[in-house]
Design a protein around this ligand. Structure first.
Ligand SMILES: [Zn+2]
Length: 187
């Protein structure tokens, strides 16, 4: 309907976000059109995220500052968990099972390897945990990373069972993830 052009535009944008199909997008758009006060609160929250949130220069986590509060905390353990996304950091932090540092790695390249080497040096990291959900592709990624960092005199470990193969962390219950980190094994 031409008369609903603005709502249709909103539905289209909402559909571009993860886990939102046409049905949910339409429901959301209609609810925002109905409750203008809530819609304005959403606009305000979005503006805050756009102007205040940036990627931490050291680890790639989201932060309100150039350096996130985890990288900025010298009291954390000298362990580095390599994860796939800032969402994984949130999940692991929520599990309370880990008190080291993180690095968000989407794909391996020379720049990322240099960044990881710098963290190892600056934070005196003794152990690297590959905190990827287990699957063939991630195993290859761990092996490649281990090879690139093998001269640095650090231990490598892999999160243990408890995280089912191929399942993303956000779909794993917190207890399983906490157990998987505690029971990590050396590789
Ligand atoms: Zn950071």
């Amino acid at each position: 309907m031409k008369d609903l052009k603005s709502i249709n535009q909103l539905v289209e944008i909402l559909q571009e976000f993860p886990s939102i199909g046409k049905k949910s997008a339409t429901r959301l758009a209609l609810s925002l059109a109905k409750d203008k006060f809530k819609a304005l609160k959403l606009v305000n929250a979005l503006e805050n995220v756009i102007s205040n949130i940036q990627e931490c220069k050291i680890c790639g986590n989201f932060s309100e500052h150039e350096i996130c509060e985890i990288c900025d905390n010298p009291m954390r353990e000298k362990i580095l968990a390599i994860v796939e996304s800032p969402k994984d950091i949130m999940t692991i932090e929520e599990s309370g099972s880990y008190n080291g540092y993180y690095f968000v790695l989407t794909r391996i390249n020379d720049e990322k390897i240099e960044q990881i080497k710098n963290i190892i040096k600056e934070k005196q990291i003794k152990e690297i945990i590959f905190a990827f959900p287990p699957c063939v592709e991630n195993e290859a990624k761990s092996l490649l990373l281990e090879d690139k960092l093998k001269d640095l005199n650090i231990e490598f470990s892999q999160i243990a069972q408890g995280v089912p193969t191929g399942v993303h962390f956000e779909n794993v219950d917190i207890n399983s993830l906490a157990k998987a980190i505690k029971l990590r094994f050396k590789i």
